[in-house]
Write a protein that binds this ligand. Structure first.
Ligand SMILES: *Cc1c(COP(=O)(O)O)cnc(C)c1O
Length: 370
């Protein structure tokens, strides 16, 4: 049997006719960037996230950096970020010349350790960027209380958590201004690069809309230095089609995750992302942790099962950030996640037989070791 890590063909097969209709209408309209289809998607996605306003942008990295810029983050401001995240979160802060202040992960949830945030706050701290790893939201009540106490801006990176909830609050609706990615492999993915910024503040979204379009809200009038980070009309139509299915796809991911948790619960060498009933997860990834991760990955690969590592090198350990001079001792949890984490196949369309095959292979691996 072959189990790919990810396969979009099942969900895309059923949408292909709708994609074609939209493609033809965009070509006939002769309008390819921003425009009515982007505005329609922005409204739909804002409603989905439970916010007033949304701006479509070119990718997730831009979504976070434009959110930070709209919130007024400038060079030399300090911004608190998780040590364990995809590098894009850090790069968004770097783009503005702001100072990265990483906080280690919680060993149980693998999200930012909320108990370590307060000690990192200084007079220069302006914002916190919580990242909802794997589709489980951070402890946003504690983070919101800290932000209130120290007058900090919250910018959620919810690239991995579209549709997730914490205490019934949707991802992308708690921070002041938030960014997400529609990279094809995300829970809601375009057929190319795309991203969005969400906020309750229409004013902040207007700022993002100007920044994404060369700093201009009126054609050829530039109030500030912006960038080109516009969303394509065609991608917006694809996203509108796919958004209608996101809830169902997330539900399917939850069913898969529950089955994984159930079938693997007796394997003592494994740990999972800890969760409670406060969280409604959307399982962008299903991550297990094991001391014998590399050996397990190779074993599964021989059995035809593709797994991935998110991420094999922690961001602070990347050459790109060597100037910050962090070592593994600074972030012991993020370091151990980089050594132990393994992402199992999870996507809408993954069938029961494939999942059971994956679990049997994992059990067989640990049996052969003991
Ligand atoms: C995917 C991802 C991003 C970046 O999104 P792009 O669209 O690839 O720029 C940012 N943050 C997190 C946590 C992600 O998973």
């Amino acid at each position: 049997m072959h189990v790919p890590y990810y396969d979009l063909s099942t969900i895309h097969k059923e949408l292909l006719d709708e994609f074609h209709v939209q493609f033809s209408s965009i070509v006939q309209a002769n309008s390819f960037i921003l425009g009515p289809s982007v505005e329609a998607f922005e409204k739909e996605f804002a409603r989905f996230c439970g916010v007033k306003s949304c701006a479509g942008v070119a990718c997730g990295l831009d979504a976070i950096s434009l959110a930070l810029a709209a919130a007024g983050i400038e060079a030399n401001d300090e911004v608190i970020v998780p040590a364990h995240t995809y590098i894009a979160t850090w790069l968004a802060v770097s783009t503005l010349g702001a100072k990265i202040v990483p906080v280690d992960a919680c060993p149980k949830t693998m999200n930012i350790d909320v108990n370590q945030i307060e000690s990192k706050i200084t007079k220069k701290t302006k914002a916190i960027v919580p990242v909802h790893m794997y589709g489980q939201m951070c402890e946003m009540d504690t983070i919101s209380a800290l932000a209130k106490k120290y007058n900090l801006i919250i910018i959620e990176d919810f690239a991995q958590a579209q549709g997730a909830k914490f205490k019934n609050m949707p991802a992308g609706s708690i921070g002041d201004v938030n960014g997400t990615s529609f990279y094809p492999g995300k829970n809601l993915g375009a057929l190319g690069d795309a991203g969005a910024v969400t906020s309750h503040s229409e004013k902040l979204i207007e700022k993002v809309k100007a920044l994404r379009n060369y700093g201009s809200s009126e054609k050829y009038v530039h109030e500030q230095k912006g960038v080109n980070s516009r969303l394509d009309s065609i991608q917006a139509t694809f996203l509108s089609i796919k958004l209608k299915h996101l809830m169902a796809w997330n539900e399917e991911r939850r069913t898969i995750a529950q089955l994984y948790r159930h079938l693997l619960k007796d394997v003592p060498e494994l740990t999972f992302q800890a969760s409670t009933s406060d969280y409604e997860n959307v399982y962008h990834l299903f991550v297990i942790r094991s001391q014998s991760r590399d050996e397990l990955k190779a074993y599964l690969s021989k059995k035809g099962i593709t797994t991935l590592i998110h991420y094999p090198i922690a961001t602070f350990d990347q050459k790109a950030y060597q100037e910050l001079n962090f070592t593994k001792k600074d972030f012991p949890i993020a370091s151990s996640i980089a050594k132990e984490a393994l992402s199992l196949p999870i996507y809408p369309g993954l069938n029961h037989t494939q999942m059971e095959y994956v679990c049997e292979a994992i059990q067989a691996f640990f049996k052969s070791k003991s």
